[in-house]
Design a protein around this ligand. Sequence first.
Ligand code: FMN
Length: 164
Amino acid sequence: MSEPASTSAFKSVMRHFPTGVTVVTSLREGEPRGITLNAFASVSADPPTVLICVNREARSYLYISESRIFCANLLAAEQIDLARRFSGMMREHQFDDIGYDTAVTGAPVLRNALGYFDCEVVHEHHAGSHSIFVGTAVACNAREGTPLGYYNGSFHDFGIKVDS
Ligand SMILES: Cc1cc2nc3c(=O)[nH]c(=O)nc-3n(C[C@H](O)[C@H](O)[C@H](O)COP(=O)(O)O)c2cc1C
């Protein structure tokens, strides 16, 4: 039983894979920008390295590609509004009314995020419609809390432990 790997088959299989949710921020010519993104992964702990995949049609793409910095903010379950805000609901003035700080690169570190990796881009690879940015973390931090998850097209609270 197999299906050809069409774009729609690809998407419907991918719905079965749960992920966390990040808001990846950047800063270009003093202007901050953010994008909700679940294509985020750990690459290596030494040196500390992560990757993100960004659609080259997204506004955020040029911010990251040109500034060569980004901060991956890991969202907590109670930050679902931020996930929605940065997934296209607010095209301009994205950071009005929300608090943020900066770490090393200057990319926004969102207040109350569960954790963050502030990164310098070391590689960009084109892959289909997206670019894979590999970033070295120059600062990171985390707090206790419950992560926001994304699965089957919906946001979830990923705080339930099923292991003993
Ligand atoms: C849960 C979730 C995960 C997403 N993951 C990604 C992703 O990994 N890469 C990406 O390019 N867009 C992703 N998107 C879509 C972007 O958030 C969306 O296209 C956004 O409007 C792009 O904003 P921009 O054009 O202002 O940069 C995701 C959206 C949601 C809701």
